[in-house]
Write a protein that binds this ligand. Structure first.
Ligand code: FAD
Ligand code: SF4
Ligand code: SF4
Length: 392
């Protein structure tokens, strides 16, 4: 729907200008003109005393959706290593491509990264679009955005998946805007509608209290970012090969508006709770920051790492880099020990994929026991020392 001023009827009274809540109308002499800020709310149609503004059907550009084929995965690499989430997306992308009946492609950008192409084939890519240039040595929104958007324009993928990493969360939206399509961020489930073969993208909404399934019916590609650790990794088939397509990487002065002067790796970046096999996680039940020292003793005994709930992070007891949950990291360790964590839905969303969950909580009705394989009702300050003693 759009609105349109009927020139012959407009008397130039400017009532519409004062009533437009979006300041979208200006007067050009005696004629009201609707600008780009118009949201088609329709207020002016009602307010014009001369019925000089009408609602009209917007003529939408109809895209030929059938020209778009294939599932693309952004093969994010850092310092020459494929990020685990890209391998997870190749696993998921393979399933989607099989259901649609199309090929799975990986998009790899960087400088001197062609050595990673064979790895991508082994993880299931049928084709790898490769962009190599000194300008792509470090990730920049402009550099990666230009090269990948031009590839999308030329090769027209049906679906583009990116990891919801810092880079993916930056790159996904810029590509979606350039391609004039939608993007569903932070998906936790992807599936193909058996009827129309469109992708159904599910993500938590309203603070995680319900799951929303989103479709992108009229634009292509259909784009999603997926949080690391949510999907299962693709199986590696040694020796599997495919086709490499080299992408254009011509940069003009000013194409890349930022320069990376230095990359400083923080200690936090090196903590990979998403890769840990054993996690001892603490919540408000610890009562104080020092409680994490006890958890650390247990984690060290077991060869694991510590993590925490958001409440513990908000209390300043542990850094956000260790937060498990919807707004933290999704983890899937072999053993997850939740100590003094109530089991709020937003926390459970980030750890329910753990192979074995052990919960220690004083409240036998705590929701964490609903997802736990083993539950210990008791004070963690008594339970954990006795576990450490037993291990000793
Ligand atoms: P509490 O809910 O206060 O639970 C403390 C538990 O400790 C209780 O069950 C209590 O019985 C037990 N306890 C007390 N003393 C002892 C003791 N001595 N020994 C053993 N047990 C004891 N939370 C996350 O964790 N991760 C997220 O990513 C996240 N994202 C969120 C996003 C949004 C949009 C919102 C709205 C919330 C989010 N939350 C998240 C917060 C979440 O809703 C909960 O508030 C939080 O997980 C509660 O943390 P907790 O279990 O440590 O604390
Ligand atoms: Fe013209 Fe109607 Fe706006 Fe008056 S309110 S300026 S008549 S469009
Ligand atoms: Fe303003 Fe709404 Fe009229 Fe658009 S439709 S010009 S936003 S009042």
């Amino acid at each position: 729907m759009a609105v349109n001023v009927i020139k012959e009827k407009c008397k130039g009274c400017s009532i519409c200008v004062k009533n437009c809540p979006f300041d979208a109308i200006t007067m050009e002499g005696k004629l009201a003109v609707i600008g780009t800020a118009c949201t088609s709310c329709g207020v002016c149609v009602e307010k014009c005393p001369f019925m000089a503004i009408e609602k009209t059907e917007e003529i939408k550009e109809v895209k030929d959706l059938s020209a778009y084929k294939g599932v693309w995965v952004f093969a994010e690499q850092r310092r020459g290593e494929i990020m685990p989430v890209a391998i997870e997306l190749l696993g998921e992308g393979k399933k989607l491509a099989a259901e649609i009946g199309c090929e799975l492609c990986a998009v790899l950008c960087g400088n001197e990264v062609s050595g990673l192409v064979s790895e991508l084939f082994e993880y299931g890519a049928d084709k790898v679009y490769l962009a190599e240039a000194p300008e792509l040595e470090q990730y920049t929104t402009d550099g990666y955005g230009k090269v990948i958007f031009e590839a999308i324009n030329e090769f027209k993928p049906e679906i583009v998946l990116l990891g919801a990493t810092h880079i993916g969360r930056d790159l996904g939206p810029i590509l979606a805007v350039k391609a004039n399509t939608g993007l569903t961020a932070d998906c936790t489930r992807l599936e193909i509608d058996p009827e129309d073969k469109k992708i159904r993208q599910t993500r938590p909404a309203f603070g995680g209290n319900l799951m929303a399934t989103i479709v992108c019916p009229n634009h292509r590609p259909q784009m999603s970012t997926v949080r690391p650790g949510v999907m299962a990794k693709a199986e590696r088939i040694p020796g599997r090969t495919g086709e490499t397509v080299e992408l254009k990487t011509d940069f003009l002065d000013g194409d890349i508006r930022t320069r990376v002067l230095d990359v400083v790796r923080s200690v936090k970046e090196m903590i990979a709770i998403s890769d840990a096999e054993i996690i001892v996680s603490g919540g408000m039940g610890l009562g104080k920051a020092e409680g994490f020292d006890l958890l650390k003793q247990l984690a060290d005994k077991l060869g694991g790492v510590v993590a925490g709930s958001r409440a513990a992070v908000d209390a300043g007891w542990i850094d956000h880099a260790y937060q498990v949950g919807q707004t933290g990291t999704t983890v899937k360790p072999k053993i997850y020990i939740a100590c003094g964590i109530s089991g709020a839905i937003q926390h459970v969303a980030g750890m329910q994929g753990s192979e074995q969950i052990i919960a220690i909580n004083t409240n036998e009705n705590a929701p964490i026991f609903e997802v736990a394989d083993y539950g210990i009702v008791g004070d963690l300050y008594k339970v954990i020392p006795s576990i450490i003693n037993a291990l000793n």
